[in-house]
Design a protein. Structure first.
Length: 171
């Protein structure tokens, strides 16, 4: 039996940084949809707050007061109801418990009823932004652009990463 010749030392590989991909593209898409969807809910919230201000200025004090007192819980319910689907998307993307989106929506509704509610939107969107940054999404001074997030989602779904396929695209 012949002994193979000595092939020398084992091969050396270059130590260059290899891309590390985080998470699931469906979760990033859900975070994006929830993040940008809360902008629309805030616009509704702002419109309702202006309407409440106008209703509160009705010259008939008793009628205006009754409308004002009815409007406050109504704004809380409307904002909580409209924000729940968006918070559910963010909760999916951030791996919240099943009660997290409901809790966030209730708190946003209460905050909106007591004041315009911008703090609740900023907090929840900041949570979503922090999670999206783990995927490599870069935000500007005033938040994100949809096309930047979509580019990262598309990169995660590209042929370079066939194992990362969104459930809606699975065969």
């Amino acid at each position: 039996m012949e002994v193979p010749p000595d092939s020398g030392p084992p091969p050396q590989f270059a130590a260059y940084p290899r891309p590390q991909f985080y998470g699931d593209p469906s979760k990033l898409q859900a975070l994006s949809d929830g993040y940008f969807g809360l902008n629309t809910v805030f616009l509704y919230n702002f419109g309702l707050a202006i309407l409440l201000n106008v209703v509160g200025r009705i010259p008939n004090f008793e009628f205006g007061l009754i409308l004002f007192l009815i409007s406050i819980p109504l704004i809380g319910l409307v904002v909580g109801y409209l924000s729940y689907p968006k918070n559910k998307l963010i909760g999916y993307g951030c791996n919240w418990s099943k009660h997290g989106p409901l809790t966030a929506s209730i708190l946003m509704g209460l905050n909106s009823a007591l004041c315009c509610g911008i703090i609740g939107y900023v907090v929840v969107q900041n949570i979503a932004l922090k999670e999206m940054r783990k995927y490599g999404v870069r935000g500007g001074a005033f938040g994100l652009r949809k096309r930047d997030v979509q580019a990262v989602v598309d990169a995660l779904n590209s042929e370079q990463h066939p194992h990362l396929v969104m459930p809606s695209q699975a065969p």
